[in-house]
Ligand binder design. Structure first.
Ligand code: FAE
Length: 542
């Protein structure tokens, strides 16, 4: 895929549909992979075990590392703090939907913490049983960071928007990485393995489920903004069948934030399915890494807590590994590294660890449409389009769904902006935790950039901002991010391929490598960068 093919200009007319690799379960196993091996198929990791490679986390970076290492003949054990998400609950479903959050929704909370937490000015959060649910709303002093918990990481809860940044923006993100290699080799590799595809433009025009996006397009275009279709890893044929009623509804039944039961090609169906099929990759869910320290002979001792579904620690294990890949996500990896450096477990990490963290400029808002511009009671939970004002105003706005099941007359947007602020993780010895220096006021540049789009649209349409979605008379969702990035930045905390300085055999391979912004939704870039780095590491280190 070229850089320009990820975002397709929308004229509202017919555009050819992009093909994608169907990526479900065993059907996508690469030819020539090894037969299942008993060693990797065994259960959770045992206390005292030694593994050649241990991967912390099962999101994008971890999944790429595990698959490519296994294909190179290396046995890998993945340790994941969240659940496996392979067993249906009492209602026959693995995940709950956004309208009825239950015990499966949140990571160890007794009350939901919905990103959009008010409606018509009233709070909508509700009590839930404490459980190792799929979405973590992790609270720091100035920001709530939403993350996926479970085998598949963020791929379990995200919108699946699979965006390759414009090539001219890439150098501003990762200047030390050869862009030609990324766009010729690693982005195409990542997009293929993730199963990225795009909505059928003809169906887009006709289905009631994307009326909200068509209204978003009309308003964007009338104000002169480029409106673009955005690829996604959802199985678009499945979505059409959902509308036809021939398969169970999933995207069309408000399944997104707390998991998707059918059409989304999460990592469980793509990279991780391929990795498992090699027979060389084992995964221990409900296992949380708390320490990594040198153990002599080039090995590392890894301390792991086994968790019950109430969050209680049921066992503590120590294993050794020849190499350890930190793939716990930007926040998870940064917190571990900062703690391990400060407490002396990994004393040789350099002073860049914990630095360079950003929120990808996320800010949310809604607009109140006129009564003659309804956005639809039926809305697909999977977004498929956005407004591109990156060059002129520093904002790319995803036209987001609001799948409440009733007509809201609201247009809802998640903007990604060029926010210049970067925060740092630090060890708080007194409290025994890692803090993050982000301040809520640092969202102001993001708000200003988002306003370059929405002030103009409101002025043109004669509309106003919604003030009832994030509090009482509050316009901006400026308290959160879905896109944590940085904390162990490539070329600073690590070398140019993710090798941590000072401790040979330790690597970072997730969103922590990216310095705070990707200019678009981040997981394709995280995946492509992981593909690049692991190829080099396999060639030179193993
Ligand atoms: P990630 O996927 O977060 O995986 C890290 C894994 O490590 C998780 O499974 C953790 O549970 C696990 N872990 C953490 N600490 C430990 C520990 N100590 N021990 C063991 N396991 C641990 O990392 N991005 C897009 O590109 N498009 C979208 O449409 C999009 N929508 C999003 C919507 C929501 C609601 C959210 C929350 C995120 C969204 N994202 C989206 C962001 C995307 O999911 C995120 O950038 C990636 O998942 C980050 O990938 P990593 O591999 O860095």
């Amino acid at each position: 895929m070229s850089d320009t093919s990820s975002l397709r200009p929308s004229s509202g007319g017919r555009l050819s549909r992009r093909g994608f690799i169907a990526g479900t379960g065993a059907a996508v196993v690469l030819g020539g992979t090894a037969p299942a091996r008993a060693s990797a198929a065994a259960g959770p990791i045992a206390d005292g075990a030694h593994v050649p490679v241990l991967v912390i986390g099962t999101g994008y970076g971890g999944a790429v590392a595990a698959l490519r290492l296994a294909q190179a003949g290396v046995d890998v054990h993945m340790v994941e703090m969240g659940m496996a998400w392979d067993t249906p609950g009492p209602d026959g479903k693995i995940f709950c939907n956004t309208r009825e959050p239950d015990y499966r929704s949140y990571w160890l909370r007794t009350r939901t913490k919905a990103p959009l937490n008010y409606f018509l000015g009233f709070p909508i959060d509700r009590d839930i049983p404490r459980h190792t649910g799929v979405l973590d709303a992790e609270e720091f002093a100035g920001i709530t960071v939403y993350q996926g918990r479970g085998v598949g990481g963020g791929s379990l809860v995200n919108g699946g928007m699979a965006v390759t940044p414009k090539r001219e923006n890439f150098a501003s993100v990762l200047p030390t990485v050869n862009a030609a290699e990324m766009y010729d080799v690693y982005y195409p590799r990542a997009n293929a393995a993730l199963g990225v595809g795009s909505v059928d433009p003809a169906w887009f025009e006709s289905t009631p489920y994307y009326q909200y996006a068509r209204v978003g397009r009309k308003h964007a275009q009338r104000s002169g903004f480029p409106f673009v279709f955005v690829p996604d890893v959802y199985d678009w044929d499945h979505m059409k069948q959902e509308e036809a009623g021939t398969v169970p509804k999933s995207a069309l039944a408000a399944e997104i934030l707390y998991g998707n039961n059918h059409g989304k090609k999460s990592l469980q169906k793509t990279y991780l399915a391929q990795a498992r099929a090699t027979g060389r990759v084992a995964i221990s869910p409900l296992h949380r890494v708390t320490s990594v320290a040198p153990a002599g002979s080039g090995r590392y001792a890894v301390t792991i807590e086994q968790l019950g579904t109430s969050g209680a620690v049921t066992a503590t294990k120590t294993v050794t590994a020849g190499r350890v890949f930190f793939a716990a996500g930007s926040v998870g990896t940064s917190k571990l590294l900062v703690k391990l450096k400060a407490t002396g477990a990994l004393p040789n990490l350099n002073g860049e660890v914990g630095k360079g963290w950003g929120d990808n400029g996320n800010v949310m808002c809604g607009r109140a449409n006129h009564l003659w511009d309804p956005t639809g009671a039926q809305q697909s939970a999977i977004p498929c389009a956005g407004i591109d004002n990156w060059t002129a105003g520093g904002a790319f706005a995803e036209v987001a769904p609001l799948p409440t099941g009733i007509e809201t007359f609201a247009s809802f947007y998640l903007s990604i902006t060029r926010n210049p602020h970067r925060a740092e993780f630090t060890w708080n010895a007194a409290a025994g935790r890692v803090d993050l220096s982000w301040q809520t006021a640092w969202k102001q540049p993001s708000i200003d950039m988002a306003k370059t789009i929405f002030d103009r649209i409101n002025s043109k349409e004669g509309t106003i901002y919604r003030t009832d979605l994030f509090g009482v008379y509050k316009i901006w969702g400026d308290h959160l991010t879905y896109h944590p990035l940085g904390g162990a930045v490539l070329g600073r905390a690590t070398d140019n391929y993710g090798r941590l300085s000072g401790h040979p055999g330790l690597y970072v391979i997730d969103g922590a490598l990216i310095p705070g912004n990707t200019t678009v939704n981040p997981f394709v870039t995280i995946t492509a960068l992981a593909e690049r780095n692991i190829e080099r590491i396999i060639a030179t280190d193993l």
